[in-house]
Design a protein around this ligand. Sequence first.
Ligand SMILES: NC(=O)c1ccc[n+]([C@@H]2O[C@H](COP(=O)([O-])OP(=O)(O)OC[C@H]3O[C@@H](n4cnc5c(N)ncnc54)[C@H](O)[C@@H]3O)[C@@H](O)[C@H]2O)c1
Length: 316
Amino acid sequence: MRVLVTGGAGFLGSHLCDALLSEGHSVVAVDNLITGRTINLDHLSREPRFEFREADICHEFDCGKVDYVFHFACPASPVDYMVHGIATLKVGSAGTFNALEVAKRYGAKFFLASTSECYGDPTVHPQPETYWGNVNPVGPRSVYDEAKRFSEAVTSAYRRYHNVDTRIVRIFNTYGPRMQINDGRVIPNFMKQALTGEDLTVYGDGSQTRSFCYVSDEIAGILKLAWSDEHKPTNIGNPGEFTILECAKRVIEVTGSKSKIRFEPLPQDDPKQRRPDITKAKTLLGWEPKIDLMTGLRLSLDYFRETVQKTAAVTG
Ligand SMILES: NC(=O)c1ccc[n+]([C@@H]2O[C@H](COP(=O)([O-])OP(=O)(O)OC[C@H]3O[C@@H](n4cnc5c(N)ncnc54)[C@H](O)[C@@H]3O)[C@@H](O)[C@H]2O)c1
């Protein structure tokens, strides 16, 4: 197959490109580099089945005939989508229309990277796909949450009105190599702080919970869903639930750091609990994550250590 990956220079997009290439497909990655980095794709520069195009998908685009469109373009970390709030709304709306138009034009399948943020600050725990969410439509996180909810609506409409063969994954917190060290997400933040000897910043009292999925597990689940016939939203994430405080302690343990934990006020609309119900992925796709948090942190450690050292060398 010839596969298009929007957001291919990002954290997940670049891992997806690798996985698709290793399955034998040709890949064209489109990215405007607003939050992605070409360094994530440097290792593919001599790969004849891989092509990178720098473009903003909020404008109509065409990369020639493709058989599958994986739509991953969207700033994803809270720091990024707060800075690029309007761009996030645009890529979730105009960008999603344009990516779907490509699929429609070529009769290609379409896969949307959606998010657990669709559930907002959930009142149901853990969150099954049938839960419609609890999102503040005018709060600071709405630029991301509502953009993704809209992307799901457009994707479902293209299926209904234009017969595009669609899939929707709701990705829960995923971590691993190639994440940006300064993107404000929990694990890179803690890793950077632990590896530079700074205190680890925990917001509120740290009792809010998150679940963390290692990137290879997430990509395996995404591909299982992509090759399945399921078109309704499907959660892919790791149901292991940790308080933010526990997570901070584990990062300190894995890095062997002497850092302490510092508590700061909780940001507005910060979800108290997030944990996927993955019953559907287990029964329908036969998928479940294999890598627990400590193992995933150990697998990520070399990457974060090198990145911290490189950043220190650049900033002197
Ligand atoms: N990483 C996670 O834990 C997580 C969780 C839930 C959902 N997701 C979703 O997965 C996808 C990838 O997330 P990520 O963590 O890799 O983030 P990322 O920021 O590393 O990747 C997003 C990529 O999209 C590109 N992009 C953004 N706007 C674009 C535009 N208008 N045109 C072309 N390219 C554009 C960025 O430059 C970047 O390379 C996103 O859609 C995100 O919402 C990720």
